[in-house]
Ligand binder design. Structure first.
Ligand SMILES: [Zn+2]
Length: 327
């Protein structure tokens, strides 16, 4: 009897040791089995989503870049040059873009005016790309680096197969690689709620908590869905926006991801994942991410993405529907 008790006690210690050990591993940025996950952090709508004053844009930019530097994140920022040109102090905003490159990040093209691909002609789209690249090409060249990535606004890549193919050809000829997205594209909705919370710090904290919980659920969802679609976890490409919410809370998002075992890599490194060789087979007007596009191509049923807390939808004043998921 005594031996059985001792054995049970021993088993209990082994179990406790296992869980404690697992927790320590997680804090080191590794999963329980010692393997590592990979993610790219990208930002859209630079210099900032809502340019109001140069001071506030600079504050958001500096705070974000400090976090990216601290966690050694080689991010890519996708720019709408129209936002710079329309401001009273375009040079001040152009200087903000330069800071991204000075901090080791890369700039990409997100069209001049953040246009809706399905609402403009192919010729207008081409003009959007050309007008959208003048400033950033210059900034990248000054640092001896090429301009190489393009991100489609609203993740709209073409509802018409001829136009989609025509635009893809144009991008390729101009030296661009389209940047896919596999995760994290609801921050703009949480940011709208965060803005509407105004100076109510308690409410702002509730929004931030809900955002962090959502990101945790979203990563779990994408990890699982990737295994269903590809048979393994893809090197995830996350899309964020340059907004106040991320300036204040991106650090917590990154810490959360590290605990899930993520290491932050460059877009160039992520694109070596063989999944991205599949390109973008989707023709349609849904703003879906790439895992969903591959699933649709292989007739794998889509799974609903995690639900945003209803209080966020209410506070943001935005009704979420499947067609306008992305900013
Ligand atoms: Zn955008």
């Amino acid at each position: 009897m005594k031996t059985i008790k001792l054995l049970l006690l021993l088993a209990l210690f082994i179990l406790i040791g296992f869980f404690v050990g697992k927790d320590i591993m997680n804090h080191k940025g590794m999963m329980g089995d010692g393997s590592v996950r990979y993610a790219v952090i990208t930002f859209d709508d630079l210099p900032v989503v809502f340019p109001t004053t140069l001071d506030s844009a600079a504050a958001i930019t500096n705070k974000l870049l400090a976090v990216l530097e601290k966690y050694e994140v080689p991010a890519v920022g996708f720019v709408n040059q129209g936002k710079v040109d329309q401001m009273d102090d375009p040079k001040g905003y152009a200087d903000l873009l330069k800071r991204w490159v000075e901090k080791g990040c890369e700039l990409g093209n997100h069209t001049y005016s953040h246009c809706h691909m399905d609402r403009v002609s192919l010729d207008s789209l081409k003009t959007e790309v050309i007008m959208g690249e003048r400033l950033i090409k210059n900034i990248m060249q000054q640092k001896g680096r090429p301009l190489r990535y393009f991100r489609h606004p609203y993740l709209q890549t073409g509802a018409d197969s001829v136009k989609k193919a025509g635009f893809e050809k144009f991008l390729e000829e101009r030296g661009y690689l389209p940047a896919p997205v596999t995760a994290g594209y609801f921050d703009w909705l949480f940011n709208a709620a965060y803005r509407n919370a105004g100076t109510d710090s308690l409410l702002k904290q509730q929004v931030a908590d809900s955002y962090l919980q959502y990101m945790e659920k979203d990563m779990a969802y994408n990890e699982e869905f990737s295994k269903e679609v590809l048979g393994y976890e893809v090197k995830q490409i996350l899309m964020f926006h340059v907004n106040r919410l991320n300036a204040d809370h991106l650090e917590e998002v990154l810490i959360q991801m590290q605990k899930r075992g993520y290491q932050f890599i460059s877009l160039e490194e992520a694109m070596t994942d063989e999944a991205y060789e599949r390109g973008n087979p989707y023709v349609g007007d849904m703003s879906v991410a790439w895992l969903q596009r591959w699933a649709l191509a292989d007739s794998i049923p889509l799974k609903p993405v995690p639900k945003v807390d209803p209080f966020i939808e209410e506070l943001s004043g935005i009704k979420v529907n499947s067609r306008e998921l992305v900013q």
